[in-house]
Every structure is written in structure tokens, then in C-alpha cells.
Design a protein around this ligand. Structure first.
Ligand code: HAM
Length: 450
């Protein structure tokens, strides 16, 4: 149905789409000499680095596809309340880092700071939970957090993520973790570690909150942290300041008060992970920056990245779907940071791209040869060979320099005499060997030579 009619588009009768109410619009006037730069703190990729970015994104996506996850493409902005309710009002992500704006209809929207709330919203909205469970979905794209930019921490960054909803089986927790690890391994990464914790179920959390609140009440915390301790004590454990961490050394651990069922779940996840040969370290102090987590939580860290060492993280969320108006189904998922994974590959000296823009470069010498090579380019591309050709009627020398820059393996050179003889010269750009090939056999010969 969707394919025939296109995706549903919401209209709102409250205000006309061209109303400018409450929308500031572009700033009036501009400096004609202004130089434009990308906004502060965004990660952008241009050749040759962009090829590495794509390679990382597709390696991380591939493991989700191979595990039977279906792709979702979701909006980049959502109702601000989705994140307030889903991710948590007192989290840094929601209270300090969201890009929030009013649209022309006066609705408060936010650029997505993370993917889980949007996926769960889409599952509820499209009744995806009426089909077989668990529902397994994957996504990839940009996310936005107004953080203080530094190496590995950007205001627009990229994640590949999965969410599996509707099963409480600890084997699913282990599978989700294993496919994340498999994505990193697919790239050849070695220096990453998996940290695993359980944040307990709802019953555990109520009890733990009480004992943690009374522990924090006896500490000499600054006024803002004291307020946070009352609002959301678990957040204080995530405070990165060394002086706060020093005070937390003796803080009670969730691990010590886990309910029997949360403990059994955690132990089963550990058993499955060992079975799957996924190495992990027990991390009873691991807390995450988003409020929806319950039970299994995990983070992948890479030791070559300095302060921003988390290359991915995730966990289980028992109450999120019902908080967002759906049925009580638990979910589990992860978000892997594409930008940081690319940095991790660089830190390990891994070549994540071939460095090759095309396989074959075509060099026409004269107009008739150029026309003929256009046809040959199309024919080779039909056979799945990547092809580029020299434009602007360059000299042979200039064209060969251009061929070298693309990293192509072969160059095909065609001049008037070759055309008359219905042959072309095929040059191996790494060895310098050249041979004459009949044009009729070009596609076949080139495929063999590649
Ligand atoms: P998260 O831990 O906030 O989790 O983000 C996941 C990953 O995104 C991080 O480990 C990191 O690699 C990358 N990342 C986050 N912020 C930045 C940034 N400012 N710059 C560069 N990379 C960044 C989530 O977002 C959850 N939605 C994951 C999840 C899915 N949990 C359950 N399902």
C-alpha cells in the first residue's frame, strides 16, 4: 500500500504551511565577501577520506543485514517531546545538547540526537509489533548533539544502529552484541574492548535509587550536582570529573542489589557471549547517558582514541515502548559511531578503502575515439566494471597523469589509427605493460585482466 501511494504525509490544518509565525527565517542582508565554512564541529568527508567513511558505514551495516534486520529510513527531526519522554528530560543529551526549533506551525521539533526513540515511535505508529516478534530493524545516518567539539566528538555525527523489539530472550542480547562486534571485526579492528553491565529491572532500579540517593546525600557535591542527584541519581555516576569520581569510589553498585530475575538474565547473557566467543569485561560501574536503559547495557571502547573512546554502545530498554504509547514490549539495540570507528581504523593503521576511484580509465585521442569510448564505458559499466574517462581533450601525457590519480588498474587508449584497425591499447598502470586488444573483445579481456 505504501509503495502505491507513497509514504503517509501528515497535514496540519492549524496553520498554513507558508505561515512565517514564530519562525525567524534567514538573517537579512549578507556580506558579499563572506567565505563559507561548514558549521562548527561537524564531521564532513571529502575524497579520498570519504571512501573510508563509506567503507566503515557499509561494513557496520552489513553485519546487521546478515543477521536478518530490515532497514528503516526515519526522519532526521522529530517532535521534541519524543526525546523528552523517551530519552529523559534530565539527561545531558536532552537538556543541553539538542538542536530544538519551532517550525512554521509553531510545533517544537528537534534534530534527532539518537535513533532508538524514533525507531520505537515508528514501530508503534506503523503497528509493526502486530507481525511476528521480535521486530528487527537497522538504520544509518546523521545524528546531532550540540556538544563541545573535539577530536571524535562532533555536533553532527553518524551512527549505524539496530533495534530488536518484542523478545526478552537473553540470547537476543548476546546476538545484538555479537553482531556489533562482528561489524568491527569485518573492518579488521583489533584494539577494541567490550564492557558489559546490567542496570537492573524496574524493581531493582527503585530500590537502587533509594540507596544511591542516601549515599549521594552525604557527599560534598556542588549545587548543580546535588540537584541532579535528587532528580536522577544514576546520572551522577556518569559524571566525568575526577574529583566527583573520587567521591564515588565507595558508591553502592547496582550489581549488588540486582533482583533474582535481572541477575539470571545477566548471567545468561554472559553465558551466551562466551558460547559465541565474544570477549567482554565485566563493568559494574558502566552507566550510559540515556535514561531508557534497563538490564543489559554495554559499550565498545577503543584504546587508540583518547578521551572519546566509545565507538559504540547500547542496551536493553524495558519501558520505552509503553512510555511512547505502545504495548509493553522490551527492546534491545545499539548505536555504533561511524566517525569514531573510522578514527579507530586510522589509529590501527588499517587501510579501510582500496584508494581506487575506478578500475579502468579511458583515454581518447581525438573526437571519433572519444565518441567510441563513451559506448565502451557504458558497456564496461554494464559488466560491473567501474570506469572513468579523460575529458577536455587532454594530451596523452595529461590523460595518463589523470589516470594515475584515480588509482585505476588499467588504461584503455584509443586513437584514429586504432579505430581504423578496430583495436585499442590496454595498459597495465602498475607494470607499464601494454597490449593491443580487438575492440569487440575489449569488455571480456578487461574483465579477465582485472
Ligand atoms: P550513544 O552511546 O549515545 O547511544 O551513542 C552511540 C555511539 O555514537 C557512541 O558510542 C559514539 O561512538 C557515537 N557518538 C555519540 N555521540 C557522538 C558525538 N558527539 N560525536 C561522535 N560520535 C558520537 C545511542 O545513541 C543509543 N541510541 C544506542 C542504542 C541503540 N541503545 C539502544 N539502541
Amino acid at each position: 500500500r505504501l509503495l502505491k501511494s507513497g509514504p503517509p504525509i501528515r497535514s496540519c490544518s492549524r496553520s498554513p504551511p507558508n505561515s512565517t509565525k514564530a519562525f525567524p527565517g534567514p538573517r537579512k542582508g549578507y556580506d558579499v565577501n563572506q567565505k563559507f565554512h561548514a558549521p562548527k564541529g561537524v564531521a564532513e568527508y571529502v575524497p579520498p577520506d570519504s571512501a573510508g567513511f563509506l567503507a566503515v558505514k557499509s561494513a557496520l551495516s552489513r553485519s546487521a543485514e546478515l543477521a536478518g534486520y530490515s532497514y528503516v529510513e526515519l526522519p532526521i527531526f522529530e517532535d521534541t517531546n519524543l526525546y523528552v519522554r523517551g530519552v529523559g528530560e534530565s539527561t545531558d543529551v536532552v537538556s543541553k545538547e539538542m538542536y530544538t526549533f519551532d517550525d512554521r506551525g509553531g510545533r517544537s521539533l528537534s534534530l534527532r540526537p539518537e535513533g532508538t526513540a524514533g525507531v520505537v515511535r515508528a514501530v508503534v505508529e506503523h503497528n509493526l509489533d502486530r507481525a511476528g516478534l521480535p521486530i528487527k530493524l537497522w538504520y544509518a545516518g546523521p545524528f546531532f548533539r550540540a556538544e563541545r567539539p573535539q577530536q571524535g566528538r562532533y555536533r553532527q555525527f553518524n551512527q549505524v544502529g539496530v533495534e530488536a523489539l518484542g523478545s526478552e530472550d537473553p540470547a537476543l542480547d548476546a546476538e545484538v552484541i555479537a553482531i556489533a562486534a562482528e561489524g568491527f571485526q569485518r573492518l579488521g579492528l583489533k584494539g577494541f574492548r567490550l564492557l558489559l553491565n546490567s542496570l537492573g529491572d524496574t524493581a531493582t532500579r527503585v530500590h537502587y535509587r533509594e540507596i544511591l540517593t542516601s549515599f549521594l546525600a552525604n557527599l560534598d557535591l556542588d549545587p548543580e550536582t546535588t540537584k541532579r542527584a535528587q532528580l536522577n541519581p544514576l546520572r551522577v555516576l556518569d559524571d566525568k570529573r575526577p574529583q566527583v569520581q573520587a567521591m564515588l569510589v565507595d558508591a553502592p553498585l547496582m550489581r549488588d542489589v540486582l533482583s533474582d530475575s535481572a541477575r539470571e538474565h545477566h548471567e545468561a547473557v554472559c553465558t551466551y557471549l562466551r558460547e559465541l566467543k565474544v570477549d567482554f569485561s565485566d563493568a559494574p560501574r558502566l552507566v550510559r547517558g540515556l535514561d531508557y536503559y534497563t538490564r543489559t547495557t554495554f559499550e565498545f571502547v577503543h584504546d587508540g582514541l583518547g578521551a572519546q573512546s566509545a565507538i559504540g554502545g547500547g542496551g536493553r530498554y524495558d519501558g520505552l515502548m509503553s512510555d511512547l504509547g505502545g504495548q509493553e514490549l522490551s527492546g534491545i539495540g545499539y548505536g555504533l559511531g561511524v566517525d569514531r570507528t573510522l578514527l579507530a581504523c586510522a589509529a590501527e593503521g588499517l587501510e579501510v578503502t582500496s584508494g581506487q576511484r575506478c578500475q579502468v580509465f579511458l583515454v581518447p585521442l581525438g573526437q571519433p575515439a572519444k565518441l567510441r569510448l563513451f559506448g565502451i564505458a557504458a558497456q564496461l559499466r554494464d559488466h560491473g566494471v567501474s570506469v572513468d574517462l579523460a575529458f577536455d581533450d587532454r594530451s596523452l601525457k595529461g590523460s595518463m597523469r589523470a589516470a594515475d590519480r584515480t588509482g585505476a588498474k588499467l588504461a584503455v587508449i584509443l586513437g584514429d589509427d586504432d579505430l581504423a584497425a578496430q583495436t585499442a591499447a590496454v595498459k597495465n598502470l602498475s607494470t607499464g605493460d601494454q597490449q593491443t586488444v580487438a575492440i569487440a573483445e575489449l569488455a571480456e579481456t578487461i574483465q579477465e585482466m582485472l
